[in-house]
Ligand binder design. Structure first.
Ligand SMILES: Cc1ncc(COP(=O)(O)O)c(C=O)c1O
Length: 456
């Protein structure tokens, strides 16, 4: 039996735009005026023209209320993971920054970056609610933390000083995937987005939002095209448009071309206030060598300006993912719903798209790479450990243990997981094609039925 892996969260290789990247490389490398720049050390922020093109592209997509996204708000990065490390290096100090909050279940591979930055003991999970984050829980944590000491970590000297280039350190960090989250698939409501930015301003929190799935959104209503879909404003948009914004801002949008062109490019961008972006451009690894995505940013830019990237997203990626998603959901409803397993949707995010008649029509936002299924609560249902074991040993099915999405370092993290998201798992439609997804869910049902006949 051929193994099926439901844990992998990356695009199938044939979606990686190899032919389009080959054409872009040919153009760049065959023209000395382009290749000379693409192959040398670049400016710390990345090439101005490319930053401008990214700003134009984002402005078109998000249509921010506060106006066009100018190049001084953009820095080119080596992808969302590298940018996260850079943000922590520049804007946090374990001897000053009191807590790292991660919305839980969390993107598990981000956790190591916080550990590397020295925050092992300071990490705390904040549970999701139906609208994306349990704000009361977060507020309570902040209030409790404030009671322990009213000046930050006075017992430990601050190790990073303004004179060394650390002009702004944040007291708190909150890491979140607000739209089409990895792993839960949820999208944060407008109410929670606004309240979160307010809270961030009040408590000196930097909101680090991995906005890496936004461009892969489509309307839940199958009869409506994805082309005119209105995306939720990002936290960085809300922070810019809401009265009272500060020079450094309280949000950074961490974007990536990994899901839109190819993960191996290691190229992305960050958007924040100009002074924040300047600060980020002074990370040591950038100062020695310049832009960390120099060559690949030229390739992506070529695809951006020619419209090929947009075409790839709209005509290949979204239709493919949309078909797979539909097949997966149908299979879950057919084979898993009768066993009591359900898709965990949260509160649907209501937005607008353009219907067949050219009118602005309400719809629910759907998309990304992932959805989460919940096992029924109760002693009669097999444990997640048993399901994973039987899947692997008897049915060649690799299932993600829900507990990997808990925040390591939070003493309560695993305990919370056991009563919530470990009673379920994440499913991805980016890696497997429709027929394989359907077979995976058929096998999943057999795994559960097999586990149910074993003695508990
Ligand atoms: C939420 C989230 N952030 C970041 C990444 C990685 O992005 P990059 O390849 O740009 O480092 C992923 C990839 O799975 C992701 O799901």
């Amino acid at each position: 039996m051929k193994q099926i892996n439901l844990l992998i969260g990356r695009p199938t290789p044939n979606l990686q735009a190899a032919d389009k990247l080959a054409a872009a490389s040919q153009i760049i490398l065959s023209q000395p005026e382009k290749s000379d720049l693409a192959l040398t050390y670049g400016p710390d922020y990345g090439e101005d023209s490319i930053r401008e093109h990214i700003g134009d592209w984002l402005s078109q997509k998000y249509r921010p209320v506060s106006g066009h996204i100018t190049q001084d708000r953009i820095i080119i990065t080596n992808g969302a993971s590298g940018a996260l490390a850079g943000i922590l290096q520049k804007f946090t100090d374990p001897s000053y920054t009191r807590r790292i909050f991660l919305v839980e279940p969390t993107y598990f591979l981000a956790v190591q970056t916080f550990l590397d930055a020295g925050f092992g003991q300071r990490m705390r999970g904040v549970p999701e609610d139906d609208e994306g984050i349990n704000l009361e829980y977060l507020r309570h944590q902040l209030e409790e933390d404030g009671k322990t000491d009213d000046t930050p970590n006075t017992d430990v000297p601050r190790t990073k000083f303004p004179a060394q280039g650390y002009r702004k350190l944040f007291k708190y960090i909150l890491y979140v995937v607000p739209t089409l989250s990895n792993p839960s698939g949820k999208t944060m409501s407008m109410h929670h987005r606004t309240a979160l930015v307010e809270l961030a301003r009040q408590y000196d929190i930097l909101l680090i939002a991995d906005d890496v799935y936004d461009f892969l959104a489509w309307p839940a209503d199958d009869s409506i095209s994805h082309e005119g879909l209105e995306l939720p404003p990002r936290l960085v948009d809300i922070d810019r448009q809401m009265a009272g914004s500060s020079e450094w801002g309280n949000a950074v949008s961490n974007g990536s071309f990994s899901k839109l062109a190819a993960p191996g490019l290691r190229m992305g961008w960050c958007e924040a206030t100009p002074i924040f972006i300047h600060g980020l451009s002074t990370v040591g690894a950038t100062l020695s060598g310049g832009c960390q995505g120099q060559y690949t940013s030229f390739l992506v830019d070529e695809m951006l300006v020619s419209g090929i990237l947009k075409h790839h997203i709209h005509n290949t990626l979204i239709p493919t993912y949309r078909r797979r998603y539909r097949a997966l959901v149908e299979a879950i409803k057919t084979y898993l719903y009768p066993l009591g397993i359900k898709i965990s949707t949260g509160k649907p995010y209501e937005t607008f798209a353009i219907d067949g008649g050219g009118n602005r029509a309400p719809t629910i936002l759907s998309g990304g790479f992932f959805l989460y299924i919940d096992f029924p609560d109760g002693h009669q249902f097999p444990s997640a450990t048993e399901i994973i074991r039987i899947g692997r040993e008897e049915f060649g099915l690799i299932i993600a243990p829900g507990e990997i999405f808990a925040v390591k370092g939070d003493p309560e993290g695993l305990k919370r997981a056991q009563s919530t998201f470990n009673l379920g798992t994440r499913l991805c439609w980016a890696w497997n094609e429709e027929a394989v997804l359907i077979e995976a869910i058929q096998r999943f049902a057999k795994v559960v039925q097999r586990a149910q006949v074993l003695p508990l």
